[in-house]
Design a protein around this ligand. Sequence first.
Ligand SMILES: Cc1cc2nc3c(=O)[nH]c(=O)nc-3n(C[C@H](O)[C@H](O)[C@H](O)COP(=O)(O)O)c2cc1C
Length: 178
Amino acid sequence: MPVQDGIVGPVPEGRDAEEYDRLRRRVMWAMPSGLFVIGSRAGERRNGMTANWVTQVSSTPKLVAVSVEKEAFTHELVSDGRVFSVNVVDREDRAIVRKFTKPVDVDGGTLNGFPFHDGPTGAPILDQAVAWLDCRVHSTVDLGSHTLFVGEVADAGFQKPEDTPALRMEDTRMNYGG
Ligand SMILES: Cc1cc2nc3c(=O)[nH]c(=O)nc-3n(C[C@H](O)[C@H](O)[C@H](O)COP(=O)(O)O)c2cc1C
């Protein structure tokens, strides 16, 4: 992976590296995605993290993957605890994703003030999530800045009506990656 002057290559021949870097980022940001809170747990340590690099990756078995920054507390917890939850966020609750961009305070049965309960694997599930998936780590892939944690769905459920609109990146003014 060539990195020159802070720009991650490859850069196509004949292109201005900085201009191409900005263009490539905008194209990657144009990829639509959902926006989730990933719950993690190792022993009595719990965390919630805003993530959009989350998707189903197999139907048999039922696998869902999340790509997690190696520096994130979530990375440590999922590596140790081998479980994670995917919380589908209500579009009306978009403000909560801003609360999960750094390690959370676990206090009196809440994560950053948001009530939660432990799912069947022990990973925390936000009480106000529209729906949740509870996963056990099936495999991991080292991707450089991130690790892809592939989880097998151990349990799943709705907590709000099924037609409740789920939060997507486009509902916010946020970006990630690129
Ligand atoms: C809109 C948005 C999307 C994000 N998506 C991801 C993601 O998919 N993977 C990731 O590792 N971090 C993602 N982040 C960054 C984490 O939320 C952030 O790095 C957080 O500090 C890591 O959490 P932790 O240290 O509490 O585990 C995203 C942040 C924002 C604002």
